[in-house]
Design a protein around this ligand. Structure first.
Ligand code: HEM
Length: 519
């Protein structure tokens, strides 16, 4: 509430304010004077002048139609003139940094009274700080940018850089050496995949898919080739620029002609006569962060096959936004290379060996997507649980319908199994070399990604059924459900389509079959 002095009223006093021009209501033991607001109400005048509303306690009706955050918006918060004598408000809005008490709204390791073999005290402290940071800085920016479709605010990117979050988003490794992580909360050598899982899952809680990708998703996939295959000079220049949030990078592989079929790509790189430069010509499509990127990790067709080359935003590079079904805050771009010249030293990995450069990061990229998918499903579970308990139909809460409960049961089961499997794989990653991960976990991660995105889509569909019209409405009570349902197919495509991943996993299992195994 603003600085205005709140008075105390009895219910009888409120009841007297019950006619046009003099409308008071009670919501959760708070008294609101809606007299002048009636004509401005986005839901119309008539509903507020109903005899069951004027002068009455409308808590139940209000929460059946509005999110709590409506009352927290300054223009509506100031409609409150007082409280009911001797009564306490019970409904709490979101508190920055707090854990949700709604069942299944947090993974078990963050739920009261549960235990975990994977997360230690350090992870718990890390999660606390990360949540506070996301709630305070990232969430408001995410919601605003989803609306205006601009890229994530530089202020948020700078704040993330202060904590070295951009560096941490690439996972554990040598690139963290010498950096102060999360104001010293975790030492670079202690940072593991569970810390990284926490970062991804906390950001996903914003429920803003386009923004999530816009928040340097391009770095997560575009920088590893530089990290793993760049020259020392290149790394010394580019890593600090990207980690400090001053420059942006993206991965530019797919084209209108070809995506996963890299040999079908048409962008070419040919050597200049003196052999010192690459001359690149072609187009790239659907490149996340491409619109505002300063560097493009670009897949090209070369004499020897497929080669990856780092291209700075130099003469001949132009980008334009592509309108996708999520917001332009992701900066998804169409890129044109018109006689772009870069030094041959910008080659990442061996000439003709680009496929290896790209594949080497696939497991990590897919695992990050699993972290995101598991957490976004949980956000939907929380929204659904709140909705079915506060929304009434046929005089009873939706939760009293067995068919609704059945859908929710399946949602919870999918969400919990995804997270459980994810934590197991993450533990394996913490205990395996990168090479071991490639041979032992490629199948596991492929299956988990397939399973998570299938689960996510089923959950999105069921959530829309439960939310009804609100599940397809961009504002109001179902806004996160609408957003989720609209954007969830992205996860099923990026990093390998479901069928491709399923096949990859089985083929890997077949290769590992013992020669002497028989029924
Ligand atoms: C402090 C009191 C209230 C405020 C500030 C308020 C504000 C709003 C706002 C901002 C919306 C637009 C949708 C959204 O953003 O959620 C809305 C919609 C609506 N409101 Fe209210 N409202 C208040 C009280 C009430 C009451 C008491 C009723 C009736 C019992 C009511 C009925 C509706 C209806 C029917 C809609 C349309 C909902 C929809 O399209 O899903 N409102 N209100």
């Amino acid at each position: 509430m603003a600085s205005k002095q709140l008075k105390e009223f009895t219910r009888e006093e409120v009841e007297k304010h019950n006619k046009p021009g003099d409308v008071w209501v009670i919501i959760d033991a708070k008294v609101y004077d809606l007299s002048r607001f009636v004509g401005l109400h986005p839901g119309g005048q008539a509903v507020l002048l109903d005899e069951e509303v004027v002068g009455q306690d409308v808590t139940e009706a209000f929460y059946g139609l509005h999110r709590h955050e409506v009352l927290e918006r300054p223009q509506y918060a100031r409609l409150q003139i007082g409280t009911i004598k001797g009564e306490e408000s019970v409904i709490i809005g979101s508190v920055a940094g707090a854990l949700s008490k709604v069942p299944y709204a947090e993974p078990t390791w963050l739920s009261d009274g549960y235990h975990s073999p994977y997360f230690n005290e350090g992870h718990r402290k890390f999660q606390k700080v990360m949540r506070q940071f996301v709630d305070e800085y990232v969430y408001p920016d995410a919601q605003a940018r989803e609306l205006d479709e601009k890229r994530a605010s530089q202020e948020v990117i700078d704040k993330m850089a202060e904590l070295n979050l951009h560096a941490m988003r690439l996972g554990p490794g040598k690139h963290l050496k010498g950096l102060t992580l999360m104001n010293g909360l975790v030492k670079p050598e202690e940072f593991d995949y569970f810390h990284e899982l926490i970062i991804t899952q906390e950001i996903v809680r914003c429920g803003a898919r386009g923004y999530g990708d816009g928040l340097l998703g391009g770095e997560v996939i575009g920088l590893p080739p530089v990290l793993n295959f760049g020259t020392p000079e290149m790394k010394a220049k580019i890593l600090p620029e990207v980690f400090s949030g001053k420059k942006f990078i993206c991965l530019a592989i797919s084209e209108a002609h070809a995506g996963s079929d890299v040999m079908g790509l048409k962008t070419t790189a040919v050597k200049s006569e003196d052999g010192k430069e690459w001359i690149i010509n072609g187009e790239k499509k659907w490149i996340t962060n491409g619109h505002f990127a300063d560097y493009f990790t670009t897949g090209c067709r070369t004499e020897d096959g497929f080669t990856v080359i780092l291209v700075p935003r130099v003469e001949g590079v132009s980008t334009k936004l592509i309108k996708t079904s999520y917001s332009s805050t992701a900066g998804t771009a169409y890129i044109t290379y018109d006689n772009v010249r870069v030094p041959v030293e910008n080659t990442l990995g061996p000439e003709g060996g680009g496929i290896f450069v790209i594949l080497s990061n696939f497991n990590h990229e897919r695992w990050v997507m699993c972290c995101a998918s598991a957490r976004s499903q949980r956000l939907v579970v929380e929204e659904v649980l709140k909705w079915i308990s506060q929304r009434k139909a046929f005089g009873k809460p939706l939760s009293s319908q067995a068919v609704v409960r059945n859908k929710v049961a399946a949602m919870i089961a999918r969400c919990e199994s995804t997270q459980g499997w994810l934590e197991n794989i993450t533990y394996q990653m913490c205990n395996m070399s990168y090479k071991e991960q490639a041979s032992k976990l490629a199948g596991q991660i492929a299956f988990l990604k397939m399973y998570s995105t299938q689960s996510a889509q089923e959950t999105a569909r069921d959530a829309v059924q439960i939310f009804g019209g609100r599940g397809i409405t961009k504002t109001g009570m179902g806004k996160f459900i609408e957003h989720y349902h609209r954007t969830v197919p992205f996860d099923a495509l990026l990093g390998g389509a479901e069928d491709v991943l399923a096949d990859l996993g089985v083929r890997q299992a077949m290769r590992a079959m013992p020669k002497n195994a028989r029924l």
